[in-house]
Ligand binder design. Sequence first.
Ligand SMILES: [Fe+2]
Length: 306
Amino acid sequence: MASTITAPGLTTGKAPFVEEARSRGELYITQAYEQYSEANHEAWRKLFARIQPRWERYANDHFLRGVAALDLPHDRVPRLADINARLQPLTGFQAKPVSGYVPGFLFFDCLRRREFPTTITIRPADRMDYLPEPDIFHDIAGHVPMHTEKRFAETLVRFGDCAVTAARITAEVKDPAERVRRLTSIMRAMSRFFWFTVEFGLMRGKQGTVAYGSGLLSSYGELEHAIESDEVQRYPIQLEWVINQVAEIDHYQPILFVVDSFEHLFGLVDEFERWMIEGKLYNVAPGLPDVAESDLKSFLDAAAML
Ligand SMILES: [Fe+2]
């Protein structure tokens, strides 16, 4: 067995194990834990040590309890098997290693099965702050502690249900061009809703606003900025606003939305699904995020199977 000193490494963009799996068309892989290099563990150690005090100040209580319940290691990349052994008895969720981007429908369908597609690579230690793609720190330290909370976990499952509903109702549209147009609008709405809640959501806390969105909880810089900065507009969430709000991904978010509780968020996903069924999501405001060809295809393929 390779020692950690000679391990090839699972660094973002430089992980032969992951790239080879991808070139073979394998989406679901193993974590290949022995492949992490000492530099990879060092990157985790630094990221964790740096962000921990900010979690204590700015994260919601459920997240902090989740970090403790999962016994998230501070000194090395976590083993997904260890995380899952603690997570599964709590909400049935598990982290499932993937080789890269998971097309939209498949991603939401994983959530429906209580599986969270998880990146196993980690950013290089010299790029601690900005990473356009997710890594294991974002997925495990940012997302997974939230999956220990029952109502939040059920909210993710309901997002998965919404993807199935989107495929089902658009499958009934006879004209292929109109089917694509409606589906694209629904997907844009869903992607914005997910972005401004699961990724960048804020919540009313006992002592002010706190974060529950994983994009915030895994970003040392943006977590503080989201709560403290005058440059951020923070508004009570309104579904009709969120689904029409352009979402830019390459800088700190200038606008964020606040939920009262996870019960509140859960109710909003119900409302979202209702609006979809009532045909209210076919004309949401154009603009970012773009709906990728591969995401659209994943929904159309799912619709064809129904
Ligand atoms: Fe994420």
